[in-house]
Write a protein that binds this ligand. Structure first.
Ligand code: VAH
Length: 316
């Protein structure tokens, strides 16, 4: 079996996915890359190279020199940052994906993973129990790039047989990496602020319900999808998956169980307008039917682990 390449190994998903794939396949089987160095755990557990996914030559060199057969392409600008730099976001999110898909076609790579997002849905999409197949009219730069990316993935699978697989991730919550410019970042920041300062100023409104997931569930789901038999995969654009939906107020009420004096205030910024276009809850029955997706962590269980791990990190 050839090697696995992670593009974006310094990011929120990439950090944990690299470590899990190294645990499963062996450290020497997984090559981590990013524009900047990654966490100490990623850097010390296996091979790392600096890679800009827009540099086709360097990407091709790393793939061929290391006999890479699978690529997890995670590098992208998230929703908040994409609104600030639309052209750059389109370039990284689109040209980066096309570089990977072209390489997969030319070198007949065995599998590609690319993350889509609930951001592909827009204001005209049904917000409750959003179906796998529905109206998708995103009006954010990030959502437009993810919808276009989904169509490219379906195209490269249909036209060239590229086995590219994708998940429409909800907001992801993890304690290993700081948030990276997304709209759902509040659900990570709030834990750090609660532990360090016992207060948090939330940039969404208290009743903004969004689909979310604890990172261990996202990593398990990603690997389960990639290990599923090809004939069981019914869509190559991006499976709806979800775990828990909650509002900032509901999350704050969970946090108060650990920090009774915790105070939250709400001062909406541009990201509230992004969040308002996204679903509140997701129908992920297709993923559960096709390849056995199921989440493990509910809101209370996630909160307990987040508090324990972040408190350890700050020795409080
Ligand atoms: C973001 N965390 O907030 C990402 C995610 C569903 C949101 O794609 O941009």
């Amino acid at each position: 079996m050839g090697k696995i390449l992670i593009i974006g190994a310094a990011g929120q998903i990439g950090t944990e996915l690299t470590l899990e794939l190294r645990k499963i396949n062996g450290n020497d089987k997984v090559i981590a890359t990013d524009l900047t160095t990654a966490s100490e755990e990623v850097m010390s557990s296996g091979k790392f190279e600096i890679l800009d996914v827009l540099d086709k030559q360097n990407l091709s060199r790393i793939v061929t020199e290391n006999d890479v057969r699978e690529i997890y392409h995670l590098a992208a600008l998230l929703s908040g940052n994409s609104e600030k730099k639309p052209k750059r976001a389109w370039e990284v999110n689109m040209d980066g994906l096309l570089n990977v898909l072209e390489l997969a076609k030319d070198l007949k790579l065995s599998k590609i993973f690319w993350p889509s997002s609930i951001a592909v849905f827009g204001n005209t999409t049904p917000k409750v129990n959003t179906p796998q197949i529905t109206i998708m009219e995103p009006n954010t730069v990030y959502g437009i790039s993810k919808l276009a990316g989904e169509r490219w993935c379906e195209y490269y699978h249909a036209k060239f047989g590229v086995d590219v697989r994708s998940l429409r991730y909800p907001g992801l919550i993890s304690h290993k990496t700081e948030p990276g410019g997304g709209t759902t970042d509040y659900a990570v920041e709030i834990f750090y602020e609660a532990v360090k300062h016992k207060r948090y100023k939330c940039f969404l409104s208290k009743d903004t319900m969004l689909p979310m997931m604890f990172m261990p569930d996202a990593i398990d789901g990603t690997i389960k999808l990639m290990e599923a038999p090809a004939d069981g995969i019914s869509t190559h654009c991006g499976y709806n998956i979800t775990a828990i939906s909650f509002t900032p107020e509901q999350l704050s009420n969970e946090i108060v169980r650990y920090v009774p004096e915790f105070e939250i205030e709400y001062e909406a910024d541009f990201r509230l307008e992004i969040a308002k276009t996204w679903p509140a809850t997701i129908d992920d029955s297709t993923a559960r039917r096709d390849w056995g997706w199921k989440h493990k962590f509910n809101l209370s269980e996630m909160t307990e682990v987040m508090f324990r791990k972040i408190s350890e990190k700050f020795q409080v």
